[in-house]
Structure formats: C-alpha cells, structure tokens
Design a binder for this molecule. Structure first.
Ligand SMILES: NC(=O)c1ccc[n+]([C@@H]2O[C@H](COP(=O)([O-])OP(=O)(O)OC[C@H]3O[C@@H](n4cnc5c(N)ncnc54)[C@H](OP(=O)(O)O)[C@@H]3O)[C@@H](O)[C@H]2O)c1
Length: 230
C-alpha cells in the first residue's frame, strides 16, 4: 500500500501504520469522533454482485476496516446491515440503529452490553429488544424518530472518544443529515458494476462538504480519509 496524499507522502504504508494514519485528529474537540467506513465501486455501487458490500471488499479495504475497528470504542451500524451481513458480536460494543427494534438474529445471544440498540419510543419491538439485550442497553431516544443529538450526548456520556459507523447507506444518510459524522473513510475499488445498486448514502438530500486528509493506493484501490468541513 502506498500513501499518495497525506502526512509525509508519498511513502509505502503497512497495516501497522494504519492506526497512526487514521488517528483521531488533535483538534477534534470534545466528545466522540464519529467516522464512517464505506466502500464502493468506481461507478458508485455500494454492493457487489452478491447484493452485499462483501462482494466489493478486498484486502486493502479489510486492512483499513480492521484498523478502524481497532481504533473504535464502539461501532455504530444500521440494523439492516447487521441483518443482511449477518453481524455477530465484535470486540467493541455494537450500537444498532433501528426504527422497529427487532434485534438481528446473529446478535441475540451476545453477552450483556456487547450489543446496544437505539430506537424511538414508537419502536414496535421495543419490549422484545429490552428482553433480549437488557433494558439498560436499549436507548430510547425520541418519540417517533430517533433524536440523534441525544445519541451524540449519550455516546459522549459513555466516554467514547472514537466511534466507527459501518453504514449502511440509509443509516449513513440519516447520520450525515443529523451532523453526526465527522469523517468518511471511503474505499473505491477499481471495478464497474452498472445495474441497480445502492450508493454509499441513501435517504433525503444532504450536502456535506469534505476535505481530503489522506489517500492510499493499492493496485488501483483508492482508500481516502475525508473530514467533514464544519
Ligand atoms: N458499501 C458499503 O460500505 C456498505 C456498508 C454497509 C452496508 N452496505 C450494504 O447496504 C445494504 C443495506 O442497506 P440499508 O440502507 O438498508 O442499511 P442500514 O442503514 O444498515 O439499515 C437500514 C435500517 O436501519 C434502520 N434505520 C435507518 N434509518 C433510520 C432512522 N432514521 N431511524 C431509525 N432507524 C433507522 C432501520 O432499521 P429497522 O428496520 O430495524 O427499523 C432500517 O431498516 C446491504 O446490502 C449492505 O451489504 C454497504
């Protein structure tokens, strides 16, 4: 892997260098630094031939994905992605974003506190989620819609300094709209998919201005680190 833009570029980079390269910025301010970690094809498909992001993943993407999980105090993920991609418990707490409150199959037997869920009070499966995860691990924030400002406060109260959001597109769209995303780590793989694939964001329009912090290349796979301009 080669760093082609960023600190001391150009230079070769190994997976061991990635935690430094993606470290929380010194001027990040108080509270959690929330970085999204996403992948797409050159023509913007966020899923591969299998209909999942797994169909696009490759070795350099796995390396950055792993580094960002390693840096994270918690992982935020939409319930859809956790269901579609068969998420199991991780080394850090997984925080599921859900409107309905249905706990994905692979996360039902997790040890207490390894999986949390954020739902509005109107969630149809709220009681069931509390029974599975424990009431203290189901954060009811907002009435009919999740109050994402309250989510940021809640993550800050946990003492979390770095949070990685692993998508999916609907969740990233809504978090961008709510101003919760500080950084986007985006992998572009050198493939063209055409067809009907989601992009890495979905939902209502947002217009988020980004600043490129670093860019890695491995055989045409480009791994950018973009900071949201405030
Ligand atoms: N390219 C990438 O980097 C990448 C990353 C992740 C996923 N993906 C792919 O994206 C696809 C899944 O896309 P997706 O958009 O459905 O995934 P998603 O955002 O993970 O999940 C959608 C679910 O998130 C919850 N949600 C979304 N917005 C919400 C809101 N405002 N309030 C409360 N809950 C909300 C809802 O859960 P409930 O249904 O539980 O209410 C909704 O059904 C899969 O194919 C996956 O492989 C790609």
């Amino acid at each position: 892997m080669r760093l082609i833009l960023g600190p001391d570029a150009p230079r070769p980079v190994t997976p061991d260098d990635l935690p430094d390269l993606y470290a929380r910025p010194a001027d990040a301010g108080d509270g959690p630094w929330v970085r999204a970690c996403m992948i797409s094809s050159l023509d913007g498909a966020a899923t591969g031939p299998d209909g999942l992001s797994g169909g696009l993943n490759n070795e350099p993407d796995h390396a950055v994905f792993g580094a960002l999980r390693g840096l994270a105090d918690a992982v935020l993920v939409g319930a859809g992605t956790a269901r579609d991609e068969g998420y199991g418990p991780a080394d850090v707490p997984l925080v599921l974003i859900s409107r309905q409150g249905e706990v994905p199959e692979g996360l039902r037997d997790a040890d207490p506190g390894r999986v949390m869920m954020v739902v509005p009070a109107s969630a149809a499966h709220l009681g069931e989620a509390e029974g599975i995860l424990g009431p203290e691990h189901v954060w009811v924030l907002g009435e009919d819609e999740i109050d994402f400002a309250a989510l940021r406060d809640r993550m800050a109260a946990q003492g979390w300094r770095e949070v990685t959001c692993e998508g999916g597109p609907s969740t990233l769209g809504v978090l961008l709209g709510a101003g919760l995303i500080d950084e986007v780590a985006a992998t572009v793989v050198p493939r063209l998919m055409a067809g009907e694939h989601p992009r890495m964001t979905a939902g209502p329009d947002v217009d988020v201005d980004l600043e490129l912090m670093s860019l890695l290349d491995e055989d045409g796979t480009l791994l950018g680190r973009w900071r949201v301009r405030r």
